[in-house]
Design a binder for this molecule. Structure first.
Ligand code: TPP
Ligand code: MG
Length: 612
C-alpha cells in the first residue's frame, strides 16, 4: 500500500474529531476527549490499513475492529459515517432514544460485533474472533482498541495470556496510552515501558509509537501479522489531542464541550480536516465462506430406562453427538474438561475445542467472540465459576450473543468438595441476564434433547448439570421444548403439586412413593426449563391441587426455581412453599447434605404432610 496519502488520513482523523465533538455536544453527554486521543490510530486503521467491504460490515472475511474502550463510541460512529454507511447528520442523534447510535456500541449496529463499554472485555472477544478465523481458514485480522486505564482490568491479562499461548498473529491490540483515566492519571502515566514489559511477558510482540504520528502508525500497522506472536501497538497519545484547550488536560473525561467550546475546537480542527468518503478501501481476500449452516436435525439417541448416568456426563456425550452433525458447534472449557465431560468433544474434534485454562472471564469472552462469527460455542466449567464472569455474561446478554454456558457440579449434592465448589447462586444469576434461557435437566435423555434445543435456539443459554448419577426416566423420543415442563407423576385427588428439577426431581419421586403408601397422592413436575418457565403446565397442575405448590431445589433460597415459580404464578393465586438450601453449606455426603438442608425425600414428605 505505497499510495497512501498520509496527509489525507491525518485530515480524516481531524474530521473524526470534529464529528465526535459535534455529536457529544449535541447529545449533551459523552466522551469527546477519549475519541480525540484515538482518532489518528483509528483513522489509520480504517482508511489506511484494514481490508473490508464498507457496504457489508458483516462480510465474513472483513477485518474486524473491536472498540474495547467503548466510551469512545462517537469515534467509531464517525468512522462509519465517513465510510458512507449513513449520513453524517445522523451522528447528531447520538444517545437519543430510538437511535442505534447509543452511548456505548451495541450490535444493534451492523458494524458492531459485541457490546463494549464495560471495560476490559474487548480483548477476550478479539481472541475468540481471531481463533475463529484460524478455524475457518480466513485471513482477516482482528484489531482491538483499548484504553490505558482499561488495561488495569485482570480480564485483559487473561486474554493477553491466551493470545500469547496460541500465538495469535492475526490479532492486534492497540493501547491508547493517553496517560489519563476517568478521575485521575493512570498508575503508569506515559511510562510505556511498564506496559511493554507486561505484554512481552505474555508472549506478545510490542511496538511503541507516537500515536499522533501518522507515518509511524502506518509503518507499524504495515508490519502486523509478522512472526508467530500477537502484536500490541502501544500508542503514546494525549487525551483531547488536536484541541489546544483539552489536550493532555485533566478533568475533561466524560465531558462534552458546550457550544462555544465546540466552535473554538472546530476553528482549530477544520483547516486540517479532510473527508474519508472518497477513500478506496481495499477489498478482503475472496476466500471460501465458512459453513455455518444449522443442520435439519441430529442423530438419534438410544438410552435404556433406568440407565444411571450423570447429566454432566450426558452433556459430553450429547455435545459430541450433535457436534458431529452441526459444523457451527465449537467448545471451550477452563481446565475442567475431564469433570464437565467436555473432554469427550475435545477428543473427537480437537480443532474445534479451545482450552482456555483457569480464566473464566476470558473463557466467556472468547465464546462471545466465536458466537459473533456464526459459531455456536458451548462453554463449560463448574457452574459456580461462571459467577466470576458475571459481567462478561451480562454484557453477552446485551450483545444478544449466541453462546451456550454449561455449568456442572451444582448444589450441595456435589458433597465432599465443600461449599467453594457448589453452585448455589447460579440460577439466580443466570435468570437475571437479559434474554437468557435457563435449563436444568434431570436425566441423560433430557440433557441430550435440551442440548439440541440450545444449539438451535439463538441467544444466551445456560444448562445446569449435576454430579451424581441419576437414572434415565424418559424415553428416547420424548421432546423437551424450551419453556416446557413435564408432569412426571399425577393422579386424581393429588394433595399438592411438587415442582422439582435435577437431583431433587428424584427426591420428589421417592417422596411420592412414600406418600402413596400412606394414601397421599402428589403431582410431580420436572421444571427442566426454568427461564422461560413451563408455567402453563405448572399452573394447570396446581389448579387440580388446591393451587398449592411445593418447590424443591438444590440452590439457595434466593432467586432460584422457587422464586421463578412464585414470581410467575402469584398472579394466578398459586401458593408456593419453597424448599431450598438456606444457610452455609459444608462438606459431607450428598445424601447427608440434601437431608440437612431439607431438600430430600423425607423433607418433601414432611412438608406435604404439614400442609392442612
Ligand atoms: C469495568 C468498568 N469500570 C469502570 C468504568 C467507568 N469508566 C468509563 S471510562 C473510564 C476511564 C477509562 O480510562 P481509559 O481506559 O484510560 O480510557 P480513555 O478515556 O483515557 O481513553 C472509566 C473508569 C467502566 N466503563 N467499566
Ligand atoms: Mg486513558
Amino acid at each position: 500500500m505505497n499510495d497512501i496519502d498520509i496527509e489525507k488520513i491525518q485530515g480524516i482523523a481531524n474530521q473524526l474529531r470534529i464529528h465526535s465533538i459535534a455529536a457529544t455536544t449535541a447529545a449533551g453527554s459523552g466522551h469527546p476527549t477519549s475519541c480525540c486521543s484515538a482518532a489518528d490510530v483509528t483513522a489509520a486503521l480504517f482508511f489506511g490499513h484494514m481490508k473490508f467491504d464498507p457496504k457489508n460490515p458483516h462480510y465474513y472475511n472483513n477485518d474486524r475492529f473491536i472498540l474495547s474502550k467503548g466510551h469512545a463510541a462517537p469515534l467509531l460512529y464517525a468512522v462509519w459515517a465517513e465510510l458512507g454507511l449513513f449520513p453524517a447528520t445522523e451522528l447528531l442523534k447520538l444517545r437519543q432514544f430510538g437511535n442505534d447510535l447509543e452511548g456505548h456500541p451495541t450490535p444493534r449496529l451492523p458494524f458492531v460485533d459485541v457490546a463494549t463499554g464495560s471495560l476490559g472485555q474487548g480483548l477476550s472477544v478479539g481472541v475468540g474472533i481471531a481463533l475463529s478465523a484460524r478455524l475457518d481458514k480466513l485471513d482477516f485480522k482482528t484489531y482491538v482498541l483499548l484504553g490505558d486505564g482499561e488495561i488495569a482490568e485482570g480480564a485483559v491479562w487473561e486474554a493477553a495470556s491466551l493470545a500469547g499461548i496460541y500465538k495469535l498473529n492475526n490479532l492486534v491490540a492497540i493501547v491508547d496510552v493517553n496517560r489519563l483515566g476517568q478521575s485521575q492519571a493512570t498508575a503508569f502515566g506515559h511510562h510505556i515501558e511498564v506496559y511493554q514489559k507486561r505484554f512481552e511477558a505474555f508472549g506478545w510482540r510490542t511496538e511503541v509509537i507516537d500515536g499522533h504520528d501518522m507515518d509511524e502508525i502506518l509503518e507499524v500497522l504495515a508490519a502486523d501479522g509478522l512472526g508467530d506472536q500477537p502484536l500490541v501497538i502501544l500508542a503514546k497519545t494525549f487525551k483531547g489531542a488536536g484541541v489546544s484547550f483539552t489536550q493532555d488536560k485533566d478533568a475533561w473525561h466524560g465531558k462534552p464541550m458546550n457550544k462555544e467550546e465546540a466552535a473554538a475546537a472546530y476553528a482549530e480542527l477544520e483547516p486540517k480536516a479532510k473527508t474519508g468518503l472518497d477513500v478506496p478501501i481495499p477489498a478482503p481476500t475472496p476466500l471460501p465462506a465458512p459453513d455455518n449452516t444449522a443442520p435439519a436435525g441430529y442423530p438419534p439417541i438410544s438410552y435404556k430406562l433406568g440407565d444411571a448416568i450423570a447429566t454432566r456426563e450426558a452433556y459430553g456425550v450429547a455435545l459430541t453427538r450433535i457436534g458431529g452433525a452441526d459444523p457451527r458447534i465449537v467448545a471451550m472449557d477452563g481446565d475442567t474438561k475431564n469433570s464437565t465431560y467436555a473432554e469427550k468433544f475435545y477428543k473427537k474434534f480437537p480443532e474445534r475445542f479451545t482450552e482456555c485454562f483457569i480464566a473464566e472471564q476470558n473463557l466467556v469472552g472468547v465464546a462471545t467472540g466465536f458466537g459473533a462469527r456464526g459459531k455456536v460455542p458451548f462453554v463449560s466449567t463448574f457452574a459456580t465459576f461462571f459467577t466470576r464472569a458475571c459481567d462478561q455474561i451480562r454484557v453477552a446478554g446485551i450483545s444478544q450473543a449466541n453462546i451456550k454456558l454449561v455449568g456442572s457440579h451444582v448444589g450441595v449434592s456435589i458433597g465432599e468438595d465443600g461449599p467453594s465448589q457448589m453452585a448455589l447462586e447460579d440460577i439466580a444469576m443466570m435468570r437475571a441476564i437479559v434474554g437468557s434461557t435457563v435449563l436444568y435437566p434431570s436425566d441423560a435423555v433430557s440433557t441430550e434433547k435440551l442440548l439440541e434445543q440450545m444449539a438451535q435456539h439463538k441467544g444466551l443459554c445456560f444448562l445446569r448439570t449435576s454430579r451424581p448419577k441419576t437414572p434415565v426416566i424418559y424415553g428416547n423420543d420424548e421432546q423437551f421444548p424450551i419453556g416446557g415442563a413435564k408432569v412426571v407423576r399425577q393422579n386424581a385427588g393429588d394433595k399438592v403439586t411438587v415442582v422439582a428439577a435435577g437431583v431433587t426431581l428424584f427426591e420428589a419421586l421417592k417422596a411420592a412413593d412414600t406418600l402413596k403408601a400412606e394414601g397421599i397422592g402428589i403431582t410431580v413436575i420436572d421444571a427442566y426449563s426454568i427461564k422461560p418457565l413451563g408455567k402453563d403446565v405448572i399452573k394447570a397442575a396446581a389448579k387440580t391441587t388446591g393451587n398449592t405448590v411445593i418447590t424443591v431445589e438444590d440452590h439457595y433460597l434466593e432467586g432460584g426455581l422457587g422464586d421463578a415459580v412464585a414470581g410467575e404464578l402469584s398472579v394466578d393465586g398459586v401458593k408456593v412453599h419453597k424448599l431450598a438450601v438456606n444457610g452455609l453449606p459444608r462438606s459431607g455426603k450428598a445424601e447427608e447434605l440434601l437431608a440437612h438442608f431439607g431438600i430430600d425425600a423425607a423433607a418433601i414428605v414432611k412438608k406435604v404432610k404439614s400442609l392442612g
